[in-house]
Design a protein around this ligand. Sequence first.
Ligand code: ADP
Length: 190
Amino acid sequence: MINIVLFGKPGAGKGTQAEFLKSQYQLVHISTGDVFRYNIKNTTDLGKLAQSYMDQGDLVPDSVTINMLEAEVEKNHDAKGFIFDGFPRTTAQAEALDAFLSKKEMQVTATIALEATDDELVERLLKRGETSGRSDDQDEAKIRNRFDEYNQKTAPLRSFYTNQSKFHSVNGIGTIDEITARLTSIIDRF
Ligand code: ADP
C-alpha cells in the first residue's frame, strides 16, 4: 500500500498532480478542500461550518477536519492507497493521521512537497480565481492570509516528516509533465 501526502502552499499544484498520480498508481485522492467545497455547495451542516473560515482564507478547526478526513478514508476501505491533498495542514492533524492510520495497520509512505515562490503562487491563484469562481482565489489579501496560515501552522510539518525520514521535496515550477516525472521518480522508490 502506498499513501502519499502532497504538501505545499496554496497554488503549488497539489490537486493537478494528484489527478495524474491517482490514475498512475490507482490511489484514492482525498482533497480536504474539495470535500469542504462539496459540502458548501450542498449546504450541509459541515459546509455551513467550514464556509466562514474558508472565505477568509483561515484553516477550518482541526477537530472538524480530522473527523471529516477519517470518514473519507473509511468510505474507501478497499483502496490500494491514498493521496492526501491538503491534509494534514497542522501538527495536530499530522499526529491524528499517524494514529488513525496505525490503528488500521497503515502508514504514510512519503510526504512530497511541491516548491514554488510566493510571487509565482499568487499569480497562479489569481488566474485560477478568474475561472474557478473561488472567492478565496480572487482577492490577494485572502491569498496572503492563506500563506500566513501555511507559514504558521503547516510549515512545521516539514520537520515533523523529516524526523520520520519521510520528507521529500521537488521543484514545483515547470510543465505539468515535468513535475509529474519528478514526483514519480520519488514514488517509484517505494
Ligand atoms: P489551496 O491549497 O489551494 O488553498 P484547498 O482547496 O486545499 O486550497 O483548501 C481551501 C481551504 O479549505 C483552505 O484555505 C482551508 O480553509 C480549508 N481547508 C482545506 N484543507 C484543510 C485542512 N487540512 N485543515 C483546515 N482547513 C482546511
